[in-house]
Design a protein around this ligand. Structure first.
Ligand SMILES: Cc1cc2nc3c(=O)[nH]c(=O)nc-3n(C[C@H](O)[C@H](O)[C@H](O)COP(=O)(O)O)c2cc1C
Length: 352
């Protein structure tokens, strides 16, 4: 059996009747499906424990995730191989804590509120793959390290140092957040995983056989940034938000890396270095996007890769062929020096 515990927020204010309505539908359905559990509500928060056969729980949770009466649903725990039910007699016991002013329930109310707030904060600091593992009943800390083939994505902002020198701190943070949001959305929608933000740089990865998706996500990011630049007001720094992207493929070590108190689920290896190094070459090559021969090999026929140059890593014999595609989005408008000049002038005009 499976036991699933989650917390969520009301999507709007719900009356006691409405909550009881959820309870009575749940009791009918859950009795039919052999599901038991408890649903607590307090100060706009739901806390529910569901237990039953795995496939039944998964089907129900899917329905619950789609229910528009609540949102910001966070799975707190998913236990597999449960042998004994905690609530064998409750097809779904509804407890509305707001109703009850019993002093003994006050700490439980505060605990639920605190749990909701801290889970939301932690979730925004946690990478999606780790959250997914928790939702699937896997403790991410128990995932063993492994060697695996990945496509590494590296992107950073052109002339970021000038941007930080010329803009107020809030404007810098806003610009970074816009860039990171665009990257995260495009990468996630194509099945990739953002593993970290390093200064103005985004590092992400895709499975080794996902070259088309990695390239497509990169082009979508460039397209989104173009729209952002064009729609930004004349005095906005977003008008000069340009980036470089580098993609490389190889065997990397994937796993939990860090100290006892701070861990990252990430990848390390040569492909990471190559992606970051060839990304830096976008400046010389007058391209916003470059990728290695290893990525090119995995691309389908719909792309027309063009070979730009070879990259010699310091102290290594191996040469990496560097490619791009002839898409308007990948070309820097003029040469890089002119682009840098344009960015500088714009920042001088609007900066502090
Ligand atoms: C917080 C919350 C908890 C819910 N819990 C259950 C539940 O335990 N069982 C259930 O069948 N539906 C539950 N629902 C309702 C489902 O989302 C969905 O509306 C319902 O299962 C549809 O049932 P029907 O197809 O019989 O109309 C819950 C909804 C909310 C918002």
């Amino acid at each position: 059996m499976k036991r699933l515990t989650y917390i969520s927020n009301f999507a709007r204010s719900l009356t006691k009747r409405e909550i009881e309505g959820i309870g009575s539908v749940s009791q009918t359905n859950n009795s039919r499906d052999g599901i038991t559990g408890v649903l607590m509500s307090c100060s706009g928060i739901f806390f529910q424990i569901l237990e039953g056969e795995e496939d039944r729980i998964d089907m129900l949770y899917k329905r619950i995730l789609e229910d528009d009466r609540h949102n910001e649903i966070l799975c707190l725990k998913s236990e597999l191989d449960v042998t004994e039910r905690r609530f064998p007699d409750w097809s779904m016991e509804v407890i509305v804590l707001d109703e009850n002013n019993d002093i003994l329930l006050q700490p439980i109310k505060i605990m639920l509120q605190t749990l909701g707030e801290s889970q939301a904060i932690l979730a925004s600091y946690t990478q999606s793959g780790v959250l997914r593992a928790i939702e699937n009943g896997i403790n991410p800390l128990t995932l063993p390290p492994r060697y695996t083939e990945k496509i590494i994505f590296f992107a950073d902002i052109i002339s970021f140092t000038s941007i930080t020198e010329k803009l107020e701190v809030t404007a810098v943070v806003d610009l970074l957040n816009q860039f990171f949001t665009i990257c995260t959305k495009a990468i996630a929608s194509r099945g990739g995983e953002v593993t970290k933000f390093i200064g103005d740089c985004v590092m992400a990865y895709f499975d080794g056989d996902q070259a088309d998706n990695a390239l497509q996500a990169s082009l979508e990011i460039l397209a989104e940034l173009e729209v952002l630049r064009n729609q930004a007001s004349i005095n906005s720094p977003l008008r000069v938000l340009y980036i470089g992207i580098g993609l490389s493929k190889g065997i990397v070590l994937e796993g939990n890396i860090g100290s006892q108190t701070k861990k990252e689920y990430t990848v390390i290896g040569d492909a990471v270095n190559v992606a970051s190094r060839i990304e830096a070459m976008t400046r010389q090559l007058n391209r916003f996007l470059v990728f290695s021969a290893s990525v090119r090999e995995g691309l389908s026929d719909r792309w027309r890769p063009v070979r730009l140059c070879d990259f010699h890593a310091k102290g290594r014999d191996e040469i990496v062929e560097v490619y791009s595609i002839d898409d308007l989005l990948t070309f820097q408008k003029s040469d890089f020096k002119k682009l840098k000049q344009e960015i500088k002038q714009h920042l001088e005009l609007i900066g502090c």
